[in-house]
Design a protein around this ligand. Sequence first.
Ligand SMILES: Cc1cc2nc3c(=O)[nH]c(=O)nc-3n(C[C@H](O)[C@H](O)[C@H](O)COP(=O)(O)OP(=O)(O)OC[C@H]3O[C@@H](n4cnc5c(N)ncnc54)[C@H](O)[C@@H]3O)c2cc1C
Ligand code: SF4
Ligand code: SF4
Length: 449
Amino acid sequence: MADKKIGVYICTGCEIGENVNMEKVTEYIDEECSPAVMKQVPFLCGKEGLAQIQNDIDGEGVNRVCVAACSPRVMWDVFDFGPDVVVDRANIRELAVWSFHDPGLPEPEEDEMSDPLTMMVRDYIKMSVAKLDRKTKPEAEPIELDKTIMVLGGGLTGLTAALDTAETGYDVVLVEKEDKLGGFAAKMYKQTPTKHPYEKAEAPSINELISRVEANDKIKVMTKTSLQLIKGAPGKFKATVKQGDEEQVLSIGSVILATGWKPYDASKLDSLGYGKIKNVVTNVELEQLAKNGKLNRPSDGQPVLSAAFIQCAGQRDAEHLSYCSSVCCMGSLKQAGYIRELNDEAKAYIFYKDMRTPGVYENYYRAAQDDPGIFLTKSEIQEVTEGENGKVLVKVTDNLLGEDFEVEVDLLVLATGMVPTIADEPVLKLGYRLGEQIPDLDLFDGFAD
Ligand SMILES: Cc1cc2nc3c(=O)[nH]c(=O)nc-3n(C[C@H](O)[C@H](O)[C@H](O)COP(=O)(O)OP(=O)(O)OC[C@H]3O[C@@H](n4cnc5c(N)ncnc54)[C@H](O)[C@@H]3O)c2cc1C
Ligand code: SF4
Ligand code: SF4
């Protein structure tokens, strides 16, 4: 590699410039590190910022670039200047400015380097320059990658992923912690329509999918198996799994994470009667009752002749789950059908904030609207109370008609949402990097570190 020529580029965008004494930082770096080039650039990742770096590479012969800006987890593709230019990222945005800027502190000092944030930024840049100065270009060594792929979780997603992977020619190990495959789909009484005209629920097709997986000789199924540890590196992982008392180490190249979801904890929804009123159940519990052929009132086993469904029971609510779970509107349309199946006279009321049935599923929604025993309305729930003889009283404001009304039903179903399994368990158990889990940008509201 040609002689080292280091360029330091300090971004002043993303709140960096206004919180750091840049003059002091550049003075210090100049004195301590003497880079060939040093520039402050507003929005370094923009067209003009990148052009400044490229011009110095082409014109000044800069071949080692310190990008003092945001986390290396973001914009990594933007700050790639080809194989002959070594780039190091001094993460002064997430690790310094965003973490330590305290709006309550006084402005950075003018004449001395006493402001802690400025000192921190200065040190991150100094460390990055030191790294660039000592780095040598690694020589690539061809390594044999493991071609077996581990699918973690044997629900609908894992089964589909395992089959698709096997069909592309790879060997698959499907690891499922329970004794059976299928996940929640195997616990469903019926499934929402998958075929034209998308108007009627169908018998679940999950068993057929399980049979295809079990018959595929490229897929090794391991049930009642738990993942203990993943070590190694991408392409060369060693995954320790435990089946009964026996541990074994699998050589795998990559992992498909398909560990699914858990229902939202309905005990947090006591304002909707859950845990206080016997005949209030969740959508997941109702599915189980229907699957077991016992779709009766939990309080006394009497037949359910009327049921109300409260949509977004916790979802799209800042106090519970901020997001839409995307399946519970379809789920309630299907379950209203279960109630109607029991008795021709049975009635189902669906109270929604919005009905979310995209694409062809609009047909399923229309079919429910055409059913004289299903009543759907956009509404706000005012109160849920216990009535006489085990009845549940649901008071709502109908947002379409602008009227308040009350229904008395045998069963109230809360259409609760889904929480990803990985939200509260270190599922991947990674032993080769800091942290057991892959960083999930969404879990941290876009904060990459
Ligand atoms: C009330 C209700 C009704 C629904 N009805 C329908 C419907 O009719 N049609 C439809 O298409 N969708 C429906 N859905 C949505 C559907 O259930 C999900 O989309 C589906 O379950 C997702 O499958 P999955 O494989 O991602 O997750 P899951 O079904 O949760 O499967 C995950 C699997 O991973 C396993 N696992 C978890 N952690 C680990 C671990 N650490 N190691 C190994 N294994 C692990 C679990 O045991 C499970 O077998 C409904 C959802 C609800 C709430
Ligand atoms: S994203 Fe990074 S490079 Fe772009 S302006 Fe923000 S800190 Fe600078
Ligand atoms: S009930 Fe409907 S709108 Fe509400 S979270 Fe579920 S799918 Fe989304």
